[in-house]
Design a protein around this ligand. Structure first.
Ligand code: CP3
Length: 341
C-alpha cells in the first residue's frame, strides 16, 4: 500500500503526515472562480461531471495534496430525496422544509436517489481515471443530523433551533427523517465507492449542538449504522467521521462507530486529542482555518505545533474546518511547506 493517506488510515505513523484541506476546491482559488463562472452557478457545477472533476483536480495540480475530495455538496442528497434546493447568492442554501409526517411521507414516496445523483458518480469515475496514482480519492456525505438541520429549517441556522424543536415536538417524524437519511446515505456513499471513491468521510458539522443522550442517538448511532453498513458492503473501506465540535465526545467516537479516523475541529487541543483520541487510531486535523487568511509566523508555528503533537501516531494533517473564500493561496503553500519541510 503506497498511498500515504491509506497508510495513515490503516494506522501507520509516518515521519511526514499526509495532507489535504477541507474545501480545498473553493472560492479562494482564482481557477475555481473561473470554472464556476463557466458552469453558471454552484449547483450546475456540482452536476457537470467534467467541470466538477476539473475543480477537484485544481488544488491537486497547484499544491500536490495527498488526497482529492470529490467536488459536490452535502445538500445534493436531500435534493435527490425530493426536496427543492437552491442557493441564494451571498447567503447560502435554501430548501423546501420538512416539518410534518406528511412532508416526510412525500420524501419517502419518491424513493430512488441514483437518477439525480448519477452525475456525481460520473465525476467520481472521471477522477479515478485522472488523478495521479499516489493521490487518494475521498467521497463524502453529510451526516443525518447535519443534513436534517438544513431540511427541517429550509436553510442554515445559527443554533439548529428548528431541528431541536421538531425533535422535541414530533419525535416520530424527526426519527423517521434521521432513519431515511441514514439509509439513503449508505446507498449514496456505496455508489460513490462503486464508482471509485477509496475513502468516505461523513460531515457532521452541527454534531456539537447535540448534548448528552441526543449525541448518542443522533450523532453516534447514525454514524455507527452507516459505517457498519458500508463496511459490510465494501470490506476494508476506510471511513473518516467528523463530529464537529463534539469536544469531550471525540473520545471513544472511533471505537463506538467503527470509523478508522476521527477528524478534529480546531476547538480541540492537539495534546489532549493525541492522548484521548489518537490512542484509538488515526486522527485528522486541526489547524484553525483563520491562519489561511492571516498567515505569517503564527501560521508556521501553529502548523509545526500540531504536527509535533500528533507525531507519535497516525495523523492526516488538515484544517479544523473548511478554508474560507478570503484565504490567501500563498498561505496554503506555506502550511504545506511547514508540514513537509
Ligand atoms: O471540501 C471540498 O472541497 C469538497 C466539496 C464540499 C463542498 N461542500 C463544496 C461547497 C464539501 C465536502 C461540502 C460540505 C458541506 N456543504 C458542509 C459540511 C462541511 C462544513 O463546511 O461544515 C455543509 C454544511 C454544506 C452546505 C453548504 N454548502 C453551505 C452552508 C454552503 C454555503 C456557505 C458557503 O460556504 O458558501 C455551501 C456552498 C458550497 N459548498 C461551496 C462550496 C465550494 C461554495 C459555493 C460557491 O462556489 O459559491
Amino acid at each position: 500500500m503506497t498511498k500515504t493517506i491509506l497508510r495513515a488510515l490503516a494506522g501507520e505513523t509516518q515521519a511526514v503526515p499526509p495532507i489535504w484541506m477541507m474545501r480545498q476546491a473553493g472560492r479562494y482559488l482564482p481557477e475555481y472562480r473561473a470554472t464556476r463562472a463557466k458552469a453558471g452557478d454552484f449547483l450546475s457545477l456540482c452536476y457537470a461531471p467534467e467541470l466538477a472533476a476539473e475543480v477537484t483536480l485544481q488544488p491537486i495540480r497547484r499544491y500536490g495534496f495527498d488526497a482529492a475530495i470529490l467536488f459536490a455538496d452535502i445538500l445534493l442528497l436531500p435534493q435527490a430525496l425530493g426536496a427543492d434546493l437552491w442557493f441564494e447568492t451571498g447567503e447560502g442554501p435554501r430548501l423546501s422544509t420538512v416539518t410534518s409526517a406528511a412532508d416526510l411521507a412525500r420524501l419517502k414516496a419518491k424513493g430512488a436517489i441514483h437518477e439525480t445523483l448519477a452525475p456525481v458518480y460520473e465525476t467520481v469515475r472521471i477522477l479515478s481515471r485522472e488523478l495521479p496514482k499516489e493521490v487518494t480519492l475521498i467521497g463524502f456525505a453529510g451526516a443525518p443530523w447535519t443534513v436534517a438541520t438544513y431540511m427541517i429549517a429550509g436553510r442554515g441556522t445559527p443554533d439548529q433551533g428548528p431541528a431541536h424543536a421538531l425533535k422535541a415536538a414530533d419525535r416520530a417524524t424527526f426519527q423517521g427523517l434521521i432513519d431515511l437519511l441514514t439509509e439513503a446515505t449508505v446507498d449514496y456513499l456505496s455508489a460513490q465507492v462503486e464508482a471509485g471513491a477509496e475513502v468516505v468521510k461523513l460531515f457532521d458539522s452541527w454534531a456539537g449542538s447535540l448534548k448528552g443522550r441526543d449525541f448518542d442517538d443522533f450523532a453516534l448511532e447514525p454514524a455507527r449504522r452507516i459505517t457498519q453498513a458500508l463496511k459490510a458492503r465494501h470490506p476494508g473501506l476506510p471511513v473518516i467521521a467528523f463530529p464537529r465540535e463534539a469536544r469531550g465526545r471525540y473520545e471513544g467516537f472511533a471505537e463506538a462507530t467503527g470509523a478508522d479516523c476521527v477528524a478534529l475541529d480546531n476547538s480541540v487541543a492537539a495534546d489532549w486529542a493525541a492522548a484521548h483520541v489518537q490512542k484509538d487510531g488515526c486522527v485528522q486535523g486541526n489547524l484553525d482555518p483563520a491562519h489561511m487568511v492571516t498567515g505569517g509566523e503564527a501560521l508556521v508555528a501553529e502548523t509545526r505545533r500540531i504536527v509535533r503533537a500528533f507525531s507519535n501516531g497516525p495523523h492526516i494533517f488538515n484544517l479544523g474546518h473548511g478554508i474560507t473564500p478570503d484565504a490567501d493561496p500563498h498561505n496554503v503553500q506555506r502550511m504545506i511547506d511547514a508540514v513537509r519541510g
